[in-house]
Design a protein around this ligand. Structure first.
Ligand code: BES
Ligand code: ZN
Ligand code: ZN
Length: 489
């Protein structure tokens, strides 16, 4: 899809359709031409409300404000609606945002358009082809002196990189467990290395055995698909900052012998969403050529049932020598992550961020839209709150405490893989991971539970039904912030 910002009046641009935003119920704006028709359509201009005037070739979307998040969402809603119509090209004005920043407005519009156009139709015999392929944004509302072409260009480029990386991540999550096995995850990583100038190392079962990653291995035991530890690296020659991203890559989670009931097993192809977010972030980091060193570490494995399955009552030994009593084989993600986090710390990163669809309890606590954020470093958590605000993702702090940590005690091993209480499951999962972070690294680590927003049963915000690419925009914003603050030092 071609998106341009041009120096022409809207009325002089020829496209099939025009998009008009109605901001904060202000129907008096000069770009709103169809007041009478809108009234007849009973248009109240309530946020998210739309009117399609076929005969006028105009599409109206209402939004509350000209904030980055609202513009992005309105533009996603626009393309999500218009791709089903016979429309090839679209034009719109560049809105004069509250903060008067061209960068944010252009980035919001372009990201929204590109995220809204996402459709997953790999398994449909009849693929409805997307014919909307050109969007022209007029800058007529901007006076020459406050319009900076290079800023608009940077915004367009970043928006394109971020949105395509999100859509890339979505495409992998949406594929089925038949198609995406740990081996296909490795294939994706190898292809990424080629296409985006990353280095990749793939480790198999033998390596996991040699490195005594007994927790990760146990989860893989019943599956015919061998586990893969995937390690992608982006290393800029001027890098001074080293960041490790660790993704949970359960290509399917049946629950293992503590089998999930039919209804809750459904959608567990999404259990690889943390890993796929890491894929998306690595792609963006490379395309933006960020001056940092980023390690993308993925534990790709299937939690199946069968005669070789690991069992409740087993005691496993993780890479760092800690023993784990298994009380529920459905709490498998934390086992894979435990070993992957140990592996990540061997590279002595400055930050370690893990992304995982780790607990249903996180969805209970925060709802389907919000990422749960856990760790020991309040400043780091705060930085992520700011990045969430910048990137349109939702995040909330789930605080650790020593009483919850107590609940992971085991009679026969160093730790139990589930809490002895049914409450606070997102936090106790985070506390379990914390046990595998060395003391000296405690403040470098953050755990993001994306179980809620990773996969949608309905469209919301910039997301269609299915995978959302949760975590990609958030991490890219945080990394861009790290680069900026490091450069200003
Ligand atoms: N993959 C699931 C968590 C999950 C649930 C993700 C719903 C997305 C939506 C995880 O492996 C799991 O099964 N967790 C258990 C933990 C329990 C056994 C302590 C859960 O949340 O029920
Ligand atoms: Zn599970
Ligand atoms: Zn899982």
């Amino acid at each position: 899809m071609d998106i341009q910002v041009v120096n022409k009046k809207i009325k002089d641009i020829k496209t099939d359709f025009e998009l008009i935003l109605v901001v904060n119920k202000n129907l008096k704006h000069i770009w709103i031409k169809d007041r009478e028709l809108l009234r007849k359509n009973n248009f109240q201009a309530i946020s998210g409300e739309t009117v399609l005037l076929l005969e006028k070739q105009r599409f109206y979307v209402a939004l509350d404000s000209l904030s980055y998040v609202d513009i992005r969402e309105a533009c996603a809603l626009a393309t999500r609606t218009l791709i089903n119509k016979n429309i090839r090209s679209l034009k719109s004005g560049l809105y004069f945002a509250e903060n008067k920043e061209i960068y944010n407005t252009v980035k919001a519009m372009a990201e929204g358009f590109l995220l809204g156009i996402y459709k997953f139709n790999k398994y449909k015999s009849e693929k409805n082809k997307i014919i909307l392929n050109k969007i022209i944004i007029s800058k007529e509302n901007y006076k020459v002196k406050n319009f900076d072409k290079t800023i608009a260009k940077t915004a367009l480029k970043r928006a394109r990189v971020i949105a395509t990386s999100i859509n890339f991540s979505r495409d992998i999550v949406n594929q089925t467990p038949q198609d995406i096995t740990p081996l296909t995850m490795s294939k994706i990583a190898k292809d990424m290395a080629k296409n985006y100038n990353l280095t990749v190392k793939i480790y198999n079962q033998k390596y996991l055995q040699a490195k005594k990653m007994g927790a990760f291995l146990a989860v893989s035991q019943a599956s015919p698909h061998p586990p893969q530890l995937i390690h992608l690296v982006h290393k800029h020659p001027q890098a001074k900052l080293k960041i490790a991203l660790v993704g949970k890559g359960l290509t399917y989670d049946t629950g293992g012998l503590s089998l999930k009931l039919g209804n809750s097993m459904m959608t567990m192809k999404m259990d690889k969403a943390g890993a796929c977010a890491v894929f998306g972030i690595m792609r963006a980091v490379s395309e933006l050529n960020l001056p940092i060193e980023v390690h993308g570490i993925i534990g790709a494995v299937e939690n199946a049932i069968g005669q070789h399955a690991y069992k409740p009552d087993d005691v496993l030994r993780a890479k760092n020598g800690k023993t784990i009593e298994i009380k529920n084989t459905d709490a498998e993600g934390r086992l894979v992550l435990a070993d992957c986090l140990c592996y990540a710390q061997d590279f002595q990163p400055d930050y370690i961020i893990d992304l995982a669809t780790l607990t249903g309890a996180c969805v209970v606590a925060l709802g389907e839209y919000t990422i749960g954020c856990m760790g020991h470093n309040d400043d780091l958590k705060n930085d992520f709150k700011i990045s969430a605000g910048n990137s349109g993702e939702l995040i909330a702090d789930l605080p650790f405490n020593k009483y919850l940590a107590e609940l992971l005690k085991s009679e026969i091993a160093d730790i139990s893989n589930i809490s002895s209480s049914k409450w606070g499951g997102a936090i106790t999962a985070g506390l379990f991971l914390s046990k595998f972070i060395q003391k000296k690294n405690k403040n470098k680590w953050l755990h993001l539970d994306i179980a809620g927003p990773a996969f949608n049963t309905k469209a919301w915000g910039v997301n269609s039904i299915g995978a959302s690419g949760a975590g990609v925009a958030l991490l890219v914003d945080w990394l861009l912030g790290k680069v900026a603050s490091h450069n200003s030092k």
